[in-house]
Ligand binder design. Sequence first.
Ligand code: PMP
Length: 399
Amino acid sequence: MENIKQFFPIFDNNKGLIFLDSGASAQKPLSVINALDDFYKNDYANIHRGIYKLSDVASSMYDIARKKVCDFIGAGSPSEIIFTKGTTEGINLLASSFSSLLNAGDEIILSEVEHHSNLVPWQQVALKKNVVLKFIPVLSDGSLDYEWLRENISDRVKLVSVSGQSNVIGLKNDIEKIVSISHSVGAKVLIDAAQLICHYKVNVSELDVDFMVFSGHKIYAPTGIGVLYGKTQFLRELPPYQFGGDMVDRVSYDKATFKDIPEKFEAGTPPIAGAIGLGFAIDFINEFGMDKIERESLELTSYTISQLLQIDGVKLLSSSDANGVITFVVDGISSFDIGSYLAMKNVCVRVGKHCSEPLHLKFGVESSVRLSLGIYNDKSDIDTFIFELKKAISVIKGV
Ligand code: PMP
């Protein structure tokens, strides 16, 4: 988007910075930085514990942040919003709690495009509970094989957990289809929205997903804050994930009872400032509107892809209909060499397997280069990137 860099001090403080790695973590707007500064300077105290004014103010700021998240994702009630450390913790929370409801022989369906965060926790569940993991294949155009899902769904499947948008392929998955197929046998659906939430308006009630997770730091909020959304009934059925202060109702030396959601899943002092920062990041996003963010990100992505495909030897791993995430390799050139050259030119891209090692194995590539767009990127960033990429290729090839 044009002129948005002015809201992000990082660009003033790093002249010439071309930041194309927001899928790893996004930069922070001044409004979020100032909100944290104000909170720590003026209103800081622990929440839900003190009977003094500061604690009251901090508690209500934390509660307001929960309501902002609830409205942002269209949840039915703020109590369906559990604050976590991030996507990874949200999935681990669910894997730990959900596994107590599973029996040997039950099945969990993931997809071939998952981030390690939505793979490794389920592998651990499979090992401990003798549960079978199955994977929705990815097709050559980057979409998931929904026919495979239709054919493989059965009442043994208890959970279908897939990313709303892969951090390598960049294509939005058909969540409505996944939900309708999964619900036809009573399987629950978890959406890893770590990338999806950055580029699309998401409404959990309209999508009818049972659980969804995302990280604040990818949508301009501080690190250390994330969200697990769950439908009230399902969150109530799950056992707590961690135990300790603030999540208990009554405690004796030999037993304890637990509070209702959301506190039941928020043991100990939560990331108070992070949650408040997330609330301010949502205000920032809402000023532009997710519709506009989605539209402009799509336009910039297709411009980037069209420019990339004009370069000899470039092969896209991401879908040609990707949004905000563009992954590629260049024939005969190491992705690390490209990334290192670009880094010298102040162009920040991600190089490696992007926490998706099995998918890279499937593509038959050791590593790839990934650009991921944020609200502050514009056409001139892409033009500089393309210019430097062409130079990188000719320097590395020695031509
Ligand atoms: N899932 C996807 C699709 C991601 O892109 C990421 C971050 N790269 C994660 C999960 C993990 O997010 P976090 O590191 O914030 O927990």
